[in-house]
Design a protein around this ligand. Sequence first.
Ligand SMILES: C[S@@+](CC[C@H](N)C(=O)[O-])C[C@H]1O[C@@H](n2cnc3c(N)ncnc32)[C@H](O)[C@@H]1O
Length: 321
Amino acid sequence: MVLNPRIPVQHQPQRLTPSNTFKVSSPALWQWRQQAIADLSQIQARSLVDLKQELDWLLLEISDLTSLDLKLAPAETQLIQMQVSLEKLQQLWQQRLAENIPVQHLTGTAHWRQFHLQVSKDVLIPRPETELLIDLAVEAARNSARLANTNLWADLGTGSGAIALGLATAFPQAMVHAVDWSEEALAIAQSNSQTCGLDQQIHFHWGQWCESLAGLEGQFAGIVSNPPYIPTEVLPTLQPEVFKHEPHLALDGGVDGLDAIREIVAIAPQYLQAGGVLLLEMMCGQDDAVKALLSAQGQYEQIQIHADLAGIPRFAQAYRI
Ligand SMILES: C[S@@+](CC[C@H](N)C(=O)[O-])C[C@H]1O[C@@H](n2cnc3c(N)ncnc32)[C@H](O)[C@@H]1O
């Protein structure tokens, strides 16, 4: 699981808020950035993360600068509006480097599809590749008249609520049921649904996978999940930003990484309507095993594997018979 934040937002203890505004002169900020980039030359070789890109994400997130501004240093001296002072920025950046804290935790936010989401150490930082699950759900609904008649969708293991928000936006008539086993994650997902104005369309449930959806058996047009799928022994080999700072409940898929996928594949047919679609994210290299699990379950048809934008098989799709 590669941590690839596109734009950051904010960290837990103290959320950076636009109400804290500081004006920093452009030469001072550019000098700080140049020095920070120069200092990276020693560290970058030891990191899997593109630290210069992260530095710029952090700057974009906490200031009124645009990506273009970062490419073209201002010709004239300007006052740049920032949510933190230059001293605090230096402190945050040093913390990022010394403790491998994801920039999204420093700012407390992450960008995913069109959403600007609150994140913390209690939720997985939503990854760009997961956005494809929403596109696959839309495609599945477009290709199946049977799905068009039902407006119930589920997001199992909602974390920050990203997938539930994506589904609610993609299917404006739908009611989305978002489940998580972490109460802290559910609180963040709920807060994100309110900030995004989608709380009327999403029900949140605390529980294990489908267990909290009792009473809704056979009613779902689609069940979507990005479950934990990293084999336990692989966890310590993940980049420290992930292993040290992201919740292991969101990552650890048991001995072979497939514990959660096994449970979801087994239970989902009970909750899907006939013709309903199951969409799962998985790790690179798990596609044959997941396909075999879906086939062996016996209640799925049209089992397909989809690749991410890098061409790596990362998503399984199957329809309930
Ligand atoms: C890989 S994260 C995905 C988070 C979010 N859906 C995303 O794509 O960014 C997996 C999520 O599953 C949740 N989870 C783990 N075990 C669970 C269980 N038994 N039942 C429900 N949720 C669980 C974790 O708390 C975590 O939020």
